[in-house]
Write a protein that binds this ligand. Sequence first.
Ligand SMILES: [Zn+2]
Length: 118
Amino acid sequence: MNGEEMRTKWNRLSAEILSGMAEWQAQHPKATFREIEAEVDKRLSELRVKMLLDVAMLSEEERWQAEGEGAVCPSCGTKLEKKGKKKRKLQTRGGQEVELQREYAVCPECGQGIFPPG
Ligand SMILES: [Zn+2]
């Protein structure tokens, strides 16, 4: 996914959320302020998590392209090989658990030189 695709995806997602909320209003014309607030929060938090993950993943991809591609092992100088993605669990401030994937690379010669560093 690139920045342009991300924008397109978000436009679609937010349009769905906004029209979904308008439909909800039509079905719940007598909802209390608290009920409306809970509904808006629920819908917006879904968008929030998706945006959070998309931005984090895109940055991760760019980071790999900028620093990981062509990176060499600090011990023997061999070019690192991409080893796929490693999952990492994180919690949002709202307490939701999300899973991020990070590119992961090791040296094919000595097994060292892990990317990302640290
Ligand atoms: Zn090595």
